[in-house]
Design a binder for this molecule. Structure first.
Ligand code: FAD
Length: 528
């Protein structure tokens, strides 16, 4: 296959035009092209007067590919062999492996194990995605939280209520397998080639169900409302787990346990430590969410092309390194999305963002996060980061006025350290409600000062970002795990063979794709 990278193509291209461009670049007649496939497509908005797509194209041509490619002496052209993901060789496992956690890490670990005939048993503390949707919507509408089934816990994991944006980076065979499994399970096919694809929370829910069905079809078992409470091990070797299902303690015995519990399983972190599993602190970040009108962000990014139907809602990504040694960065940007209540614990405010596939909401939002170091936590205890998050979440709860109302402030008022008394053009999307409050009352001064400095710098990068009517909502505390469940080179927990800490909660992933990749890596180790 001939790969051509860095092709600039107009926004309203069609396959005929693309084939003509490819034939032109390869200096061949159009009839010599047997097939073309876009392998990567991104928006190039560097010139606001000519916003276009940048594409990589795989071309299948008749004739000698190498001769055609190399006669052109064009750096954009190369010949590549296709490299599909190859399943590890099947290994007979004496006991069924256990996977804990039904987020992307656990789902993809279980899927691979099931595909290899290992009949994994998958345990999830929350509910199936349909029941979970009901508990989450009820919480947003009424403020009644189900600590068992919420935005953090349940089938699909933390990202089930999200933008479902997929950070792919280098397209290696493992990631391509994940994308094709997602498409087979119901995700939009264009995720296979878009540079920054997203699934949207609406389609993600169906996709997750599709993967669960496939695991079961291939011999796996999935149990909801089943909480891991104990790791059983003897002389440095895993022997099984203890868990609570329907209020009753039970045990399961195995040689291989994948623990993919996400970053919010705070009780489980404690239980693991009590079981003798080594856990340590890991740096993380906290901050707020900022909301602008979607149309405004689209105009800033795409200029007069903003309404073009091929573009959709615009995103942005910025990072600022401050003189105080901290970095402030935008994170998990949700174009045309909503700010959501994402707590898993009572009387706590935890903010995050999500979008539907259409990304057509009135606002666009992003987290604005400030990095923390262990000195900020005031303790070297492994769970000091959890305690720090909890403190901020409780203070944000008080600051919002209770009832899971989130504290909000107009951006101009935040920058000038004064109270807000009414909204301007931007109305917050957060449910179940908001309360005006100075952000400085619930976030430490070193965080709010860093945010202010960074917002002024971001305004220089992206004029319009410091829009006075933008709304900031807090507190965003669960962007990544505050702990690492340390593992060795074999991916097994330090000192416990057969125990595989996995995914974001273990500190080895951040985001849907990297968590899924980590799940596959752990399954591969078990099968090796
Ligand atoms: P999780 O997805 O957190 O899954 C862990 C699972 O383990 C959970 O289902 C939990 O209920 C279960 N569990 C925990 N403890 C136990 C126990 N004791 N027993 C049994 N089960 C247990 N990432 C992106 O790439 N793109 C996005 O657009 C995006 N948006 C996000 C929006 C929101 C609102 C949130 C919260 C996160 C978002 N993320 C996004 C981050 C992404 O969801 C996570 O990085 C990813 O889900 C981590 O996967 P994981 O499998 O490691 O953990």
């Amino acid at each position: 296959m001939i790969k051509i990278t860095g092709l600039a193509i107009p926004l309203d291209y069609d396959l005929k035009l693309l084939a003509d461009i490819v034939a032109d670049i390869l200096h061949i007649d159009g009839s010599g092209i047997e097939n073309i496939k876009i392998s990567k497509l991104s928006v190039d908005a560097s010139d606001k007067n000519n916003v276009c797509f940048k594409a990589s194209v795989d071309a299948y041509v008749s004739g000698d590919e190498k001769a055609i490619a190399f006669k052109n002496r064009d750096k954009r052209i190369s010949v590549e062999a296709e490299s599909p993901y190859i399943l590890p060789e099947r290994k007979f496992l004496k006991k069924r492996p256990i996977v804990v956690g039904c987020g992307p890490a656990g789902l993809f670990a279980a899927l691979l194990l099931a595909q290899e005939g290992a009949r994994p048993i998958l345990l999830e503390r929350g509910l199936d995605v349909d029941s979970r949707k009901q508990s989450v919507f009820k919480f947003w509408q009424t403020g009644i939280l189900d600590t068992r089934s919420n935005v953090q816990f349940g089938e699909g994991g933390a990202g089930a209520f999200s933008d479902g944006k997929l950070k792919i980076g280098r397209r290696d065979p493992r990631k391509m397998k994940i994308l094709s499994e997602l498409v087979e399970a119901g995700a939009p096919p264009e995720i296979m080639y878009l540079d920054k694809p997203h699934i949207g929370t609406d389609r993600l829910n169906e996709t997750v169900k599709g993967i669960r069905r496939k695991i079961i079809r291939m011999g796996g078992e999935v149990h909801f409302d089943a909480v891991l409470t104990k790791i059983l091990h003897k002389e440095g070797v895993a022997e099984g787990i203890g868990f609570i299902k329907n209020g009753k303690y039970e045990e399961l015995y195995t040689d291989n346990v994948v623990v993919a519990i996400g970053h919010s399983a705070r009780d489980t972190f404690e239980n693991l430590m009590e079981s003798g599993v080594y856990i340590e602190q890991k740096p993380f970040a906290v901050g707020v969410r900022i909301e602008h009108p979607r149309a405004m962000i689209d105009r800033i990014r795409y200029g007069s092309f903003a309404e073009h139907p091929a573009l959709g809602a615009a995103d942005y990504k910025m990072v600022v390194h401050l003189n105080n040694g901290r970095a402030v960065y935008t994170f998990c940007m949700c174009p045309g999305g909503s700010v959501i209540a994402a707590t898993s614990e009572d009387n706590a405010i935890v903010i995050n963002g999500m979008s539907e596939f259409a990304r057509d909401g009135r606002n666009s939002n992003s987290a604005l996060l400030v990095t923390l170091g262990s000195a900020d936590l005031g303790s070297s205890h492994a769970l000091a980061g959890v305690a720090f998050q909890r403190r901020l979440e409780a203070e944000a709860f008080e600051a919002g006025g209770g009832g899971y109302r989130a504290p909000v402030q107009r951006l101009e008022d935040f920058l000038n350290k004064r109270n807000s008394s009414c909204f301007g053009e931007v109305l917050p999307t957060y449910l179940p409600g908001t309360g005006f409050c100075r952000t400085d009352t619930y976030l430490p001064g070193y965080i709010t000062d860093s945010l202010r400095q960074a917002i002024y710098e971001m305004e220089e990068w992206m004029p319009g970002f410091a829009y006075p009517d933008a709304v900031i909502t807090g507190a965003e505390t669960r962007s990544s795990s505050p702990v690492r469940i340390t593992r060795g080179e074999s991916l097994e927990a330090i000192g416990i063979k057969g125990l595989y800490p996995c995914g974001e909660g273990a500190g080895y992933a951040g985001g849907i794709i990297s968590a899924a990749v980590d799940g596959m890596l752990c399954a591969e180790r078990i099968l090796e």
